[in-house]
Ligand binder design. Structure first.
Ligand code: S3P
Length: 348
């Protein structure tokens, strides 16, 4: 049966991102059937994709592609589907890919890199002339559509350029398999996680909420310090923000995997990557402590935050829609007393 806990897994992205080969590996790992939309069109029409483009034109090809995707998604058995690079141009397909019964992963890479991998293949007539220019144009035209449908984004280029292809594809398939498993557990873990920017009061509120629920409180900053003997700020200075964010994500995932229901104060950065958003999605309650920029500036200045690195205010802004996408509730902290905010978090 297909439902939000057993969704279809749909890989989207431009030609050359490895949707078919990586999709096959994901299907093997999850013991799910696999389908490639181009192969299905060819089997169904008895013609190659190139022939369909040449004889019927692109609009008819898009219609066939949309019909194939509709049928694959209507099937009762959860399937890993590698969608043709242009599948997202069709509005009805995008609507299907946004449903909770489909988990859509967008594979990305730079057009020049993709052109070196994708050009010259029989089923890609669009890339016959100047593949770099064509893929650059398609990347721009389709960017917003990929963003609209994808719950997770995987950049394939670093793995594919740094190690032999079989190992790189296996690593990418492992990553996507892990994402699928997190997505299947959506809202099944009985934790309450507080998310939001630095200065919103996650630790103070978290402790009050934990006390009221008689649950342990797990604070990201404290965990980072306990594990490394260093503050978040020291780690960021020595190893860079990216290294700190990786550690904060590990802390979140370890906290979520605890059996005892807890209240978890997560790091502000955990929403940046889709793996972090998927991890948060496993918690039953994700409360976003929302504060406006002025409030945050005042609070950060007032209470010494010497244990945390300073984060640019534009980063704080960029994270707002990401918090919104993972939150099951939002509490506006404004100038409210911590007890009042805790009440609201508990009522949400
Ligand atoms: C297309 C991508 C191709 C194939 C057709 C059109 C596109 O699939 O469906 O040539 O519009 O991007 P791949 O993504 O498997 O190359």
């Amino acid at each position: 049966m297909v439902d939000a806990a057993h969704p279809h897994v749909v890989l989207v992205g431009l030609s050359g991102t490895g949707k078919t080969s990586i999709g096959r590996l994901v299907a093997q790992r999850l013991d799910m059937p696999f389908a490639d939309t181009d192969d299905t069109i060819e089997a169904r029409t008895g013609r190659t994709v190139r022939e369909v483009f040449a004889e019927d034109g692109e609009p008819l090809f898009r219609k066939l592609e949309a019909d194939v995707i509709a049928e694959l998604i209507a099937a009762q058995e959860p399937t890993v589907i590698a969608a043709g690079g242009g599948a997202v141009v069709t509005p009805a397909t995008r609507e299907r890919l946004r449903m909770p019964e489909t988990f859509c992963v967008w594979l990305t890479a730079e057009p020049a890199f993709l052109a070196s991998r994708a050009a010259g293949k029989a089923h890609r007539p669009l890339l016959d002339d100047d593949p770099v220019a064509t893929l650059t144009r398609l990347a721009t035209e389709r960017q917003a559509w990929f963003e609209e449908v994808a719950e997770a984004v995987v950049s394939v280029q670093p793995a594919l350029t740094s190690e032999p292809k079989p190992q790189a594809k296996a690593r990418l398939a492992d990553l996507i398999t892990d994402m699928v498993q997190m997505r299947r557990r959506r809202h099944t873990l009985d934790h309450l996680v507080l998310v939001g920017p630095m200065g919103a009061g996650k630790s103070t509120i978290g402790e009050i909420v934990a006390k009221r629920l008689d649950r342990p409180y797990i604070d990201s900053d404290d965990e980072v310090e306990r594990r490394t003997g260093r503050t978040a700020r020291q780690i960021a200075a020595a190893e860079g923000l990216a290294a700190l964010h990786r550690l904060e994500l590990t802390v979140l995932r370890d906290s979520l995997s605890k059996e005892t229901p807890a209240v978890i104060g997560s790091a502000a950065s955990v929403v940046d990557e889709s793996t972090g958003r998927l991890a948060l999605g496993m918690a039953r309650h994700v409360v976003w402590l929302h504060a406006d920029a002025e409030h945050l500036a005042r609070r950060t200045a007032a209470s010494g935050h010497e244990h945390r690195p300073i984060v640019d205010s534009s980063v704080v802004q960029q994270r707002e829609p990401l918090y919104r996408s993972v939150a099951t509730a939002m509490v506006d902290v404004d100038d409210l007393a911590p007890e009042v905010i805790a009440d609201k978090a508990l009522a949400s």
